[in-house]
Design a protein around this ligand. Sequence first.
Ligand SMILES: [Zn+2]
Length: 208
Amino acid sequence: MPPFPSYSIAPIGVGGDSAAHLSKVDTVDKVVFLTIDDGIVKDQRVMDFLVEHRWPATLFLVSGEFKKDPLYFAQILTVGGNISSHTSTHPELSGLDFDTQRKQICGMRGTIEKALGSAGHLFRPPYGSWDETTLRAAASCGINAVVTWNSELWEGNVDLAHRPALQPGDVFLTHFRNDLYDNLVALEARLTAEGFTVGNLEDYLPNQ
Ligand SMILES: [Zn+2]
């Protein structure tokens, strides 16, 4: 038995043999979604913050960094978060052939599954670079949705790409870097000021 809760099975994405793509979630709920990429800096203050605030973040990780400390990342599962594939080695996918993309996407999903007993049903393409082949390759790996973003957190800034306020369904990208703790503190202040919470992305997938 894995030491952390396993995932429920999410519904199949639009079209069956193609995963859905989304950069923002269509909802009227006052929720935003927090996605954290790569996995390079593993700051325990970050996990303590996420668990204390019960933020079910989605972690999109690459193989080398995940394998260094799977149990660090697995702490997010205790608050309903998600650990999903960000490819094995972080290539730019657009233009690559199906088999190459499939190997990158499925390979990392398998690595997570092997370490933790199950893996999330989402996928984040490196650099936000994807094409139609990515959607088919992802679906063949059991991925429901290819998720990019419409907002970012960096160096303690909440970056809404010139929009004046949070909107229901905004998807935030940030990274496991040295500024991550400050980014979370900044996001919490913004959420509190505007009456939003962090939602669970898999609960808001298309066709749910
Ligand atoms: Zn990345």
